[in-house]
Design a protein around this ligand. Structure first.
Ligand code: DC
Length: 228
């Protein structure tokens, strides 16, 4: 049995963080926590309530009314609940991505979600992915990884992913969406996306999924001495 560990993985949208972190978590027997999904719940709730997601005060007003819960099904998949409704699929809709990015810029939203994330890491051995995990949420994480790839490579992967789900999206639209989110996520005043000084940089622009997975596992094994 491995000791209690916290691994932080940050990086821009579409770098493959969630698929790689999910598989690495299963490989090492850790819990995978997708923190973007929590921001997406706030974005979805605001969208459904017709709240302007760029309006910090309007978003802040709805926060006390939100009941966001995270759970894991028998297959070990993270499910997200909004007032007991399973919204795990709805939060993935493309129009919710930008709502999530918008609400994530508001300090009140980040403060509201901080303890939920830290509690998960206190109570479980985790691989947690997001934008500010190594810098803000878990500054004392045992291992920090900054996973990235060029915007073009990320847009290409995201387009294939959407097409596989039957959602038709052009490369140009996906690239535009990724570039807009990159800009917003790295330029916001509160907890912007940036590489923590002590984070290991993994760039997957030139390598496929399997090779990226091997690289991630090797990094975890070497740095933490974890075994599968
Ligand atoms: O990882 P994702 O694309 O599902 O995240 C959705 C949005 O949430 C993303 O645009 C940035 C924001 N986010 C954040 O600000 N901090 C995190 N730890 C995770 C996500």
């Amino acid at each position: 049995m491995n000791k209690h560990v916290a691994i932080a993985i940050d990086g821009p949208s579409g770098a493959g963080k969630s698929s790689l972190a999910r598989r690495a978590a299963a490989h090492f027997g850790l819990i995978y926590v997708d923190t973007g999904a929590i921001y997406r719940c706030v974005g979805l709730a605001a969208h459904r309530m017709d709240v302007n997601t760029r309006d910090a005060e309007a978003v802040q007003r709805i926060l006390p009314t939100l009941d966001i819960r995270m759970d894991y099904n028998d297959a070990g998949e993270q499910r997200m609940f909004l007032s007991d409704e399973d919204v795990s699929s709805d939060i993935r809709l493309p129009e919710i991505s930008i709502c999530a990015s918008n609400v994530s810029a508001h300090p009140a939203v980040r403060a509201f979600l901080l303890e939920m994330q830290r509690k998960m890491a206190r109570e479980n051995s985790v691989i947690m992915d997001g934008r500010d995990i190594g810098t803000v949420v878990l500054p004392d994480a045992d291992l920090k990884i900054y996973l990235t790839a060029s915007a073009g490579a990320r847009a290409h992967r995201r387009m294939l992913e959407l097409q596989n789900k039957g959602i038709n999206a052009s490369f140009e639209d996906v690239l535009k969406d990724i570039e807009l989110r990159d800009y917003q996520d790295t330029h916001r005043a509160e907890a912007p996306l940036r590489r923590a000084e002590d984070a290991v940089l993994l760039d997957t622009t030139e390598i496929g999924f399997d090779e990226s997975f091997e690289l991630l596992c090797r990094t975890i094994e070497e740095r933490l001495g974890l075994k599968a």
